[in-house]
Design a binder for this molecule. Structure first.
Ligand code: TPP
Ligand code: SF4
Length: 282
């Protein structure tokens, strides 16, 4: 059985104290505790400090382009349904340029996990305003303060049909790895947004800020509406599993778990196409 050491990849260039270290440790701990070997899962990442996670965890992986971790991960899952597939990246990566893919994966309910390291800023490019920066936030790219309002990631995935939605905090690895274990084992699209402080460029959303302001949700809400109401009531500052539902995932709906396997012997022929079409219509 794999150990934390077996999952260690390249040496990191992250700043000391960066929240991304804890997110990575949370993912590794979840994988070890679930008993997976490095070859049994794949990590697909985008571009950003967060995007380096696919190099820092030893497994199948792909360091793709900005905002494209989710579509590439969906392709990996369709090509090899036996793999546990995790897409991971930053808030700029996933909720800026990648936002459309995130919404479509949520409504598609494809069987994969999407883990976002949310530091409310662009870290790699040295501290510009991100789609998650709060209204009034001051950065070098918005010196007179941010005039826009932030994207709300967890209500977005809930409202668009994701079947597992949670939020974690890099300062609480125990809670985080428990959430991640549940997310990885969930059949369908699981989305975990994680508050992961950028200690170098974000002097507002700090560990102290989260320690003072986060509320723990002990059990998932019964309905999407209840989950959204609670998230709004706490202005998004919640951790825990917010919503979970069992619904056929994309592959099951399409009936392709078996059929995709047969692609190994070549591209879809007409007979296979017809079989897939028939299952989809039934
Ligand atoms: C298409 C494209 N646009 C912009 C960039 C520049 N860029 C690289 S990383 C990044 C933002 C990273 O921020 P985030 O995803 O929040 O990750 P972090 O570095 O904060 O972990 C940007 C804008 C790029 N590489 N490609
Ligand atoms: S710049 Fe920020 S996000 Fe990037 S490694 Fe440093 S602390 Fe982490």
């Amino acid at each position: 059985m794999a150990t934390m050491k077996d999952l260690r990849g390249d040496v990191s260039t992250w700043c000391p104290g960066c929240g991304h270290f804890s997110v990575m440790a949370g993912i590794q701990k979840a994988i070890v505790e679930l008993g997976y070997e490095p070859h049994e899962f794949a990590i697909i990442s985008g571009i950003g400090c967060s995007g380096k996670v696919s190099e820092y965890i030893r497994s199948n992986g792909f360091h793709t382009i900005h905002g494209r971790s989710v579509p590439v991960a969906q392709g990996v899952k369709m090509g090899n349904p036996d793999l546990k597939v995790i897409a991971s990246g930053g808030d700029g990566d996933g909720y800026g340029i990648g936002l459309g893919h995130f919404v479509h994966a949520s409504r598609r309910n494809i069987d994969m996990s999407y883990i976002v390291m949310d530091n409310n800023i662009y870290g790699l490019t040295k501290g510009q305003t991100s789609p998650r920066s709060s209204h009034g936030f001051e950065t070098k790219s918005a010196a007179q303060s941010n005039k826009e309002y932030p994207v709300d990631p967890i209500t977005t995935s809930i409202v668009n049909g994701a079947t597992f939605v949670a939020q974690g905090y890099a300062g609480n690895i125990k809670e985080l790895s428990n959430i991640l274990k549940r997310a990885i084992e969930h059949r369908g699209f699981s989305h975990v947004n994680i508050y992961s402080p950028c200690v170098t460029f974000n002097k507002v959303n700090t560990y102290d800020f989260y320690k003072e302001n986060l509320t723990t949700i002990e059990a998932p809400f019964e309905t999407r509406d209840e989950a959204i109401a609670s998230i709004r009531e706490h202005e998004g500052l919640v951790t825990g599993i917010l919503y979970e539902e069992s619904r056929d995932d994309f592959q099951t709906k399409l009936g392709t778990d078996f059929d995709m396997q047969s692609l190994e012997s070549g591209p879809m022929d007409e007979a296979l196409l017809k079989r897939v079409q028939k299952k989809f219509e039934s």
